[in-house]
Design a protein around this ligand. Structure first.
Ligand code: HEC
Length: 213
């Protein structure tokens, strides 16, 4: 019997296991009037303190920076570092470097092939002809341009391809049947774009190097 909580109608329960009901009653329903547990009160008051501290710190005095701002600043830093890397690469890159060096470097070409197979086949095809073999001999055209037909919409020089892959379809172009190339420079560092161009050149031996391999 002693474990049964004592029910009383008072202002509030003044101890554990005491149940207090408020005097009013509606449709036979009464309302408890208990003190809240300390853990609950602790969180409640902690939240009351937490809010003004954050509000003042983040929005009034600028002592703390909102996550969005921190990320924006980080992104700007990364973009700057990328631009610097690109500038450094462009300073030592021209058509003849492609023709005499990168376009003939087997390792660079192999890296480019790997990158191409991972990123570019969906639109330019396994054989760079912008077609996909359905397996029954039927060829389906893909959204990209052929990179082995000797036609270069954006210029035939290696640097033209570098620029296009880096920056994507220029803003003033409507693309190819409405499809545009994305700016791979956003995802790949300049050296990887060099590798891609070297690979594309190696798949066009005659055009760039005057004879088949
Ligand atoms: C989502 C489809 C898609 C993917 C993936 C894609 N491309 Fe393209 N690419 C296109 C389209 C579409 C064009 C034509 C753009 C235009 O006409 O403005 C194009 C054009 C090009 C051209 C210019 C060809 C010319 O005739 O001047 C090159 C070079 C090229 N892509 C290389 C690449 C490389 C390298 C990759 C992989 C890193 C790649 N593309 C991935 C769709 C794609």
């Amino acid at each position: 019997m002693s474990s049964e909580p004592e029910i009383k109608v008072a202002n509030y329960a003044d101890g554990k296991n005491k149940i207090v009901v408020r005097p009013h009653e509606y449709d036979g329903i009464q309302e408890y009037d208990q003190t809240l547990p300390n853990w609950w009160l602790f969180i409640f008051f902690a939240a009351l303190v937490f809010f003004p501290v954050c509000w003042l710190g983040y929005y009034q005095f600028g002592l703390m920076r909102p996550d969005g701002e921190v990320i924006d600043a980080k992104m700007a830093e990364i973009q700057k570092a990328k631009a610097k890397e690109l500038d450094a690469m462009l300073a030592k890159l021209d058509n003849s470097v492609f023709l005499t060096k990168w376009g003939k470097d087997e390792e660079v070409i192999a890296n480019g092939r790997e990158l191409y197979m991972a990123n570019c086949t969906a639109c330019h095809g396994q054989k760079l002809d912008a077609k996909m073999d359905l397996g029954n001999g039927q060829m389906v055209p893909l959204p990209g341009l052929s990179l082995v037909d000797g036609e270069w919409k954006y210029g035939k020089e290696p640097m033209d391809s570098f620029k296009l892959i880096n920056l994507g379809t220029p803003p003033d172009s409507t693309g190819h049947n409405g499809a545009r190339m994305e700016a791979w420079g956003q995802k790949l560092p300049p050296m990887k774009i060099v590798e891609l161009v070297a690979f594309i050149m190696s798949e066009n031996q005659k055009e760039f190097f005057g004879s088949e391999k």
